[in-house]
Design a protein around this ligand. Structure first.
Ligand SMILES: N[C@@H](CCC(=O)N[C@@H](CS)C(=O)NCC(=O)O)C(=O)O
Length: 154
């Protein structure tokens, strides 16, 4: 299998962390130059039509994108250690946490940085710096909420 990834990009990093936690080795890494627009070239668009990393290319040529979906596929192929829950209750609560972090924390951080950092101007056109700043404020509040919840539960 081949994992299309990018240095410093948080979504592929989530898959890399998942691989480490599960002790999965032997996946070929292909680093994409996002600022250079490599992910928007026809060859990669044929694999990932939304021009995003990560993407995991399977031995049979199929390509799966979306971090959570990639992790679900890997969980099925490499069940131990279990990271996504052993029954419906566990899976439900784990998925809830995953979606909350992705949508409200990671999404906000991504918007804050993509709209305010000059280094990401190539990816986010047009940038709206004021929107970026407002997202940064909201994300801090969300992070404080997560901190509080994590203090009262394992
Ligand atoms: N929902 C997607 C998000 C993927 C995503 O936004 N990836 C970013 C890097 S973290 C990307 O490829 N950005 C390139 C661009 O926006 O042009 C997932 O969970 O995999």
């Amino acid at each position: 299998m081949k994992l299309y990834t990018a240095h410093r990009a948080p979504s592929p990093r989530r898959v890399l962390m998942f691989l480490v936690e599960k002790n999965i080795t032997g996946i070929e890494m292909v680093n994409m130059d996002l600022n250079g627009g490599e992910h928007r070239q026809p060859e990669y668009l044929a694999k990932s039509p939304l021009a995003k990393v990560p993407a995991l290319e399977l031995h049979d040529g199929r390509v799966i994108t979306e971090t959570r979906a990639i992790c679900t596929l890997l969980e099925g192929r490499f069940p131990e250690p279990n990271l996504m829950g052993v029954d419906g209750d566990e899976r439900g609560f784990i998925e809830m946490a995953d979606r909350q972090v992705e949508l409200y924390l990671l999404g906000g951080i991504a918007n804050a940085i993509r709209h305010s950092h000059p280094g990401l101007a190539a990816l986010e056109k047009p940038q709206f710096p004021e929107f970026g700043r407002s997202q940064a404020e909201k994300v801090r509040e969300v992070a404080r909420g997560f901190d509080q919840r994590l203090q009262s539960q394992p």
